[in-house]
Design a protein around this ligand. Structure first.
Ligand SMILES: Cc1cc2nc3c(=O)[nH]c(=O)nc-3n(C[C@H](O)[C@H](O)[C@H](O)COP(=O)(O)O)c2cc1C
Length: 320
């Protein structure tokens, strides 16, 4: 990853299973996101069935720089998966060592790697060997549970392997999303090792981003749930960073956002139900409108692209 992109000035889009697909990444980039990650993709899937799994990481020239996030637990398979992708032109890779979902951890992948730091190190070595150490990163939580925190130990490994970046979401795996992300740990890790640190966790507003960067000294940050609710968060964060005040989107701008996302989904959403994807997203964006309940009820009932167009017209009438 070029050094200049690991900077507080350059916010990242987090890997988001089911959400950080090509249309959403392009939308976020339009609103100021500088580096984006794919959702996590299975190394096994890429190894045994490459063609079928490529659809999860489809990309375009504008979708750049792009980091492909991989999950798995078998170093050899991960190495082969990364090799295949590298040969197809993908350049940057991230290892998922933070996903707490049982379906993933029971295979030894995701956050289960926090219980087997030796294997995690071995996987990173293999990835670095095929992709170049500076082109790979790893995303971790603090540890498996509250009395087995391994983030500093992993930090040292990452430093020794000269890996490009380390993302910390400062919760332990067993915590899921409960409690709060404790940024003290990000600060501590940043002071402990000499590796670019990307902050993740409870970055819901542009101001959260600024506070987190100032408090922790992290090299950059990634928006996750904050971007899902408000993809404009990247532009707003960049404005804040330059001491400009942020303005919320007005009604017209929100409608433009809906249109932008819809156009991208129609263009790049793939064959599998882009319409349903858009329907799911609509209600999210309609929150905050005057009479939002009325519009949300309409949004869940749309059954065609034409229905969505009609709903957008109604919204336009509303803000006129
Ligand atoms: C719907 C959803 C999907 C996620 N998918 C992934 C994923 O595929 N890989 C990953 O490393 N983290 C994933 N995460 C975790 C986020 O990348 C991020 O670290 C976490 O949400 C904390 O940031 P936030 O509190 O600002 O949302 C996901 C989170 C959510 C809410």
């Amino acid at each position: 990853m070029p050094d200049f992109l690991i900077s507080p000035k350059n916010p990242w889009l987090a890997p988001l299973a089911g959400f950080s697909d090509l249309p959403f990444r392009l939308l976020c980039r339009k609103y100021g996101c500088d580096v984006a990650e794919t959702e996590m993709v299975s190394a096994k899937g890429l190894f045994y069935n490459l063609e079928q799994n490529l659809k999860y990481i489809s990309t375009t020239k504008e979708d750049n720089p792009l980091i492909v996030q991989i999950f798995g637990s078998d170093a050899k398979i991960i190495r082969r998966a990364v090799e295949n992708l590298r040969d197809r032109g993908y350049r940057y890779f991230d290892l998922n060592a933070g996903c707490p979902v049982k379906k993933v951890t029971k295979t030894g992948a995701g956050a289960a790697l926090l219980k087997d730091v030796l294997n995690l190190a071995h996987i990173l070595e293999e990835m670095a060997y095929v992709a170049g150490s500076k082109n790979i990163g790893v995303k971790i939580r603090l540890g498996w549970n509250s009395d087995s925190l391994v983030y500093l130990e992993i930090g040292r490994i990452v430093e020794r392997l000269d890996i490009g970046w380390l993302t910390l979401h400062p919760r332990y795996a067993k915590q899921g999303f409960s409690g709060h992300a404790n940024w003290d740990y990000i600060k501590e890790l940043k002071e402990y090792i000499n590796v670019p640190i990307i902050a993740s966790g409870d970055l819901f507003t542009p101001e959260d981003g600024i506070k987190c960067i100032e408090y922790t000294g992290a090299d950059s940050l990634m928006f996750a749930r904050g971007a899902l609710k408000n993809p404009v968060i990247f532009a707003q964060y960049k404005g804040c960073y330059k001491n400009r005040s942020i303005s919320d989107l007005n009604g017209y701008e929100r409608i433009q956002l809906i249109r932008d996302h819809m156009d991208l989904i129609r263009k790049y959403g793939g064959e599998k139900n882009p319409f349903f994807k858009m329907r799911g997203i609509l209600s999210r964006y309609i929150r905050g409108y005057y009479r939002s309940k009325f519009f949300r009820e309409k949004a869940v009932k749309v059954s065609s692209w034409e229905d969505i167009e009609s709903l957008i017209h109604l919204l336009e009438e509303e803000v006129r």
